[in-house]
Ligand binder design. Structure first.
Ligand SMILES: [Zn+2]
Length: 105
């Protein structure tokens, strides 16, 4: 029995890493999303993408942040027990981030 199926497609189309937004559960190009990281049990925006720890992704849309908070998606996705304080600071960071990132292109 010969299982020589070496048909590995090496097409060089740019592979875009897809990530799922934990707010709307839709997959996007990861560059379109904001990465969040679990910093000692607190969810923070990982703007540079270099924080370690469990991460999650969200659209650059406040609605998705709110959805994620409501659905307790942070606990599932990154092991963060979202507190009111954390949610508040996230909202602030989120706003700043969204405003800043708009200019960066
Ligand atoms: Zn979303």
């Amino acid at each position: 029995m010969k299982l020589l199926k070496k048909k590995r497609k090496m097409t060089k189309n740019k592979h875009v890493p897809m990530r799922k937004c934990i707010g709307c559960n839709t997959s996007f190009d990861k560059r379109e999303l904001i990465r969040l990281a679990n910093a000692d049990g607190i969810a923070v925006i990982d703007g540079e993408g270099n924080l370690s720890g469990r991460g999650a992704y969200l659209c650059k849309d406040m609605d998705c942040l709110e959805k994620a908070i409501k659905r307790k998606a942070f606990a599932r996705a990154m092991g963060v027990n979202m507190t009111t304080e954390n949610a508040e600071s996230l909202r602030r960071e989120y706003k700043d981030y969204a405003e800043n990132s708009e200019v960066s292109e």
